[in-house]
Design a protein around this ligand. Structure first.
Ligand code: NDP
Length: 262
């Protein structure tokens, strides 16, 4: 059935939608899962930490929402495909993907932290692609049946701005942003809206994984002059993107803390 917008026929704007959120055990993904569920979507929450996902599912259920937890490492293509099959069997074809799992490991390039380069590439690029590969057939099918589907990829302001020592992370996010533009050109005609969200600094666990002292000091120091974004700020934007009328696509959403200059 094709409708102008689900908001016209139900009390919640995402009623009837099936959302999949990767990186849902903390930060932006966790907040987005709760928010999308509050807007009426059934949500599948994916990440590696099963205990955190179970707590999230219980919280969503307590607030009247519907959620399933799927513990999965998105760098494992076969495991992501199995998760996609499970989503379709339990909830129906996914029509909203927040492709969000990521890691940020800045370090001066001369330190040759090839292990950290690889971790970022494996998760931020290959993991993101595994999710796209496993779920695109469902998105296209759902868009054909329901009139619309959303693929929202989490990029970063680092895809646009220059941050010394963040080169590899920024490179992975530039991949995400450019890929999203191309996928939009390909999938838009099939009623799949593709968006890249590009936040500046958001206070999450992302910063806790940083091992480079210089980058940690820069991040910590920025707190003195910048009121960092919060995960809920991004979650609300994700909900906004997905609840627009079907003719409206926001391909690229750049979101900065007001006082973060670049
Ligand atoms: P968090 O560290 O809080 O969240 C990262 C999420 O990714 C966690 O849920 C983590 O769960 C999951 N994850 C990590 N590795 C894997 C894996 N191999 N398989 C499945 N899930 C995995 O950080 P954020 O919420 O900030 O990050 C979310 C996204 O936002 C990232 O893509 C990040 O690059 C991007 N971003 C963040 C910004 C910020 O300042 N915070 C700014 C711009 C973009 P688990 O460990 O349980 O698997």
């Amino acid at each position: 059935m094709t409708t102008e917008t689900s908001a016209t026929s139900s009390s919640k704007p995402l009623d009837g939608r099936v959302a999949v959120i990767t990186g849902a055990s903390s930060g932006i993904g966790e907040a987005s899962a709760e928010h999308l569920a509050s807007l009426g979507a059934k949500v599948a929450v994916l990440a590696r930490r099963a205990d955190r996902l179970d707590e999230l599912v219980a919280r969503i259920g307590k607030n009247g929402g519907a959620a399933v937890a799927i513990a999965v490492d998105v760098t494992d293509a076969a495991a992501v495909q199995a998760a996609a099959d499970r989503v379709e069997a339990e909830l129906g074809a996914a029509d909203l993907i927040l492709n969000n799992a990521g890691v940020m490991l800045p370090a001066p390039v001369e330190e040759l932290r090839a292990d950290q380069w690889q971790r970022q590439i494996d998760l931020n690029i290959s993991g993101l692609m595994h999710v796209i590969g496993a779920f695109t057939p469902q998105l296209v099918r759902a868009a054909g049946e329901r009139g619309v589907a959303d693929l929202i990829n989490t990029s970063s302001s680092a895809a646009q701005n220059l941050y010394p020592t963040f080169a590899v992370y920024a490179g992975t996010k530039a991949f995400v942003s450019h890929l999203s533009k191309h996928l939009r050109a390909e999938l838009g005609p099939k009623n799949v809206r593709v968006s890249a969200i590009e936040p500046g600094i958001v206070g999450t666990e992302l910063q806790d994984h940083v091992t480079d002292a210089g980058a940690s000091a820069w991040l910590e120091g920025s707190k003195e002059s910048v009121d960092w974004l919060r995960s809920d700020d991004i979650a609300e934007i994700v909900g906004f993107i997905a609840s627009r009328p079907l003719r409206v696509n926001l391909p690229q959403v750049f979101i900065m803390p007001t006082a973060q200059a670049s």
